[in-house]
Design a protein around this ligand. Structure first.
Ligand SMILES: O=C(O)c1ccccc1N[C@@H]1O[C@H](COP(=O)(O)O)[C@@H](O)[C@H]1O
Length: 215
């Protein structure tokens, strides 16, 4: 089995970013959602982010204006756009058309406590992303959209045909990570966030390093 890559999301401190890069973290995530307690522009400028020398810089957006995403991607020199809201396929198509083709698109599918009939509509949503997205990311549904530290029922993923590599997210921690063995299709990457913080946006690097070694 291929070992999943690691994404650490919700970064706000340059020293922690450099440390994560030196630990060979594959993806580093910046939240561009003003309502998030990890809103990166309260801590760093677009120029600061643009100067971070890494090929896995992910910008997380929630129902953001298309031009704003394009502008942020260019100014912060992002490598991936994570769409964490209710972005339609038309929106993602238009974004793909206008975005630098070297930037990958990660579409988030938020999963709640679905009834069986909900599962078929999730499958349709998953299948539709094939045309426009490069990756999927499964996270727990919530009013805050993400960063809640809550896990969804991972067994649901075994009911879906997942045609793209995917990031597994939503309350991942050292306590639940062993359960990925139940997944038929293994994640391309694990996305960790609030379970590895001293406070919002301030990561516990020792805890991350321990987790990485255990992965
Ligand atoms: O972290 C946030 O504050 C956030 C806000 C809005 C959308 C996404 C957000 N973060 C993403 O949430 C998931 C899961 O985080 P957690 O492990 O449950 O804390 C992760 O993909 C972040 O990119």
């Amino acid at each position: 089995m291929m070992k999943p890559k690691l994404k650490v999301c919700g970064l706000t401190k340059l020293d922690q970013i450099q440390e994560l890069i030196s630990m060979n973290t594959a993806f580093i995530g910046f939240i561009f959602y003003e309502k998030s307690p990890r809103y990166v522009l309260n801590h760093l400028s677009l120029e600061d982010i643009s100067k971070v020398n890494h090929q896995g810089k992910v910008g997380v957006f929630v129902n953001e204006d298309l031009n704003k995403i394009l502008e942020t991607a260019e100014k912060a020199n992002l490598n991936f756009i994570q769409l964490h809201g209710d972005e339609s396929e038309n929106f993602i198509s238009e974004l793909k058309e206008k975005l630098n083709p070297e930037i990958g698109i990660i579409k988030v599918i938020r999963i709640g406590s679905e009834k069986p009939e909900g599962a078929s509509s999730i499958q349709e949503t998953i299948t539709r992303q094939l045309k426009t997205s490069n990756y999927l990311l499964f996270d727990t549904d919530s009013k805050a959209f993400g960063g809640t530290g809550k896990q969804f029922d991972w067994t649901l993923l075994n009911e879906f045909e997942i045609p793209l590599p995917y990031f597994l997210s939503g309350g991942i921690s050292e306590e639940n990570i062993d359960n990925i063995k139940i997944l038929n299709q293994k994640p391309f990457a694990l996305d960790i966030n609030s379970k590895f913080e001293l406070n919002a946006g301030n990561k516990d690097l020792d805890k991350i390093s321990f987790f990485k070694a255990k992965m």
